[in-house]
Design a protein around this ligand. Structure first.
Ligand SMILES: Cc1cc2nc3c(=O)[nH]c(=O)nc-3n(C[C@H](O)[C@H](O)[C@H](O)COP(=O)(O)OP(=O)(O)OC[C@H]3O[C@@H](n4cnc5c(N)ncnc54)[C@H](O)[C@@H]3O)c2cc1C
Ligand code: FES
Length: 272
């Protein structure tokens, strides 16, 4: 039952990443350790407005970080909070990326838009533990090049050995250095990795992930190699209310990160 009661957190810092997208750094008002897996999420509760699921982006100098796009009733006022104000937090919830199981393999990260948020902590982990993984391939798609979050980070990853960063802008008309015009899934043809010994970690609009799956199959990557983070409308966040049901699974509890073969029969089905 304790998971229904939000703990309080204080906004310690706020950074605008892009117009409408802010990273909130939160100091938890608790002495208990806060352990989480990369890919898990918290339910952030803005008093008087409501609660939303937000991926845990990272943990930096004792502060928990979430990057939030202001889209509606809760997220808009959430990013308007001032430093020093409080909010509620429940979590961490769900299943994260199985990074320990993927050691020794090439890692291919495929993300689009804010889909990079649930994945970025896993990329940091892989980059910081280079010797445990093979090649690291990072594919990110946005509409316009200016929509790319954390540009400096992507530039830094581009300079690392055994690391390939490919960026695509789907609605850009003018060619730019380092950018391909088109969809993130088209970058897969340029990606250098071993299809027989890789793991693919992806997050973004489901239509993008379905297109990526088709391309991965063409490139001889088996279903078994693919993990994906899914997004649904979460209410309880812990497998009790049924709002996020996908076939026999609750995305909040059994996911949001799934091994693709587990959810394959239910993906892309209308109404699910
Ligand atoms: C596991 C998980 C992790 C998530 N991680 C993040 C994260 O790290 N950062 C983040 O900003 N969001 C994240 N989200 C999405 C976030 O939960 C929703 O954006 C949020 O619930 C919207 O609530 P709201 O009350 O502000 O908007 P609402 O008032 O409920 O919706 C307003 C409008 O925005 C649309 N909308 C809702 N969500 C989105 C969206 N994600 N993108 C575009 N339009 C949307 C709705 O369809 C509606 O038309 C995550 C969701 C899940 C399930
Ligand atoms: S949000 Fe309630 S069961 Fe998933």
């Amino acid at each position: 039952m304790a998971d229904f009661l939000p703990m309080t957190a204080t906004l310690a810092a706020k950074k605008m990443e892009l117009p409408g997208v802010h990273t909130l750094s939160l100091a938890l008002d608790t002495r208990s350790p806060f352990n989480f897996d990369f890919g898990q999420f918290n339910m952030l509760y803005l008093f008087g407005a409501g609660e939303v699921a937000i991926s845990i982006m990272g943990w930096d100098q004792g502060l928990l970080q979430h990057t939030i796009r202001a889209v509606g009733r809760v997220t808009r006022p959430l990013v308007e909070l001032e430093v020093g104000q409080q909010l509620g937090l429940r979590g961490p919830f769900g299943q994260g990326w199985p990074l320990a199981k993927l050691q020794g393999k090439d890692l291919v990260f495929i993300t689009a838009g804010l889909g990079c948020a649930p994945v970025v902590a896993a990329i940091h982990h892989a980059v910081a533990n280079r010797d445990q993984y093979g090649r690291i391939v990072i594919l990110q798609g946005v509409k316009h090049h200016a929509d790319l979050l954390w540009q400096a980070q992507y530039r830094r990853w581009q300079t690392l050995g055994k690391c390939q960063v490919l960026l695509a802008a789907s609605e850009e008309h003018r060619h730019r250095h380092r950018w391909r015009l088109g969809l993130v899934t088209e970058l897969l043809e340029l990606a250098e990795f071993d299809p027989g010994h890789c793991a693919v970690l992806m997050c973004g609009p489901e239509i993008m992930m379905l297109a990526a799956l088709k391309q991965l199959a063409r490139q001889q990557v088996g279903d078994d190699a693919v993990y994906m983070s899914l997004e649904r409308n979460f209410q309880c966040g812990q497998g009790l209310c049924g709002h996020c049901q996908l076939g026999p699974y609750f995305v909040c509890k059994d996911g949001p990160v799934f091994h693709y073969p587990t959810v394959k029969p239910w993906l892309g089905q209308e109404g699910l």
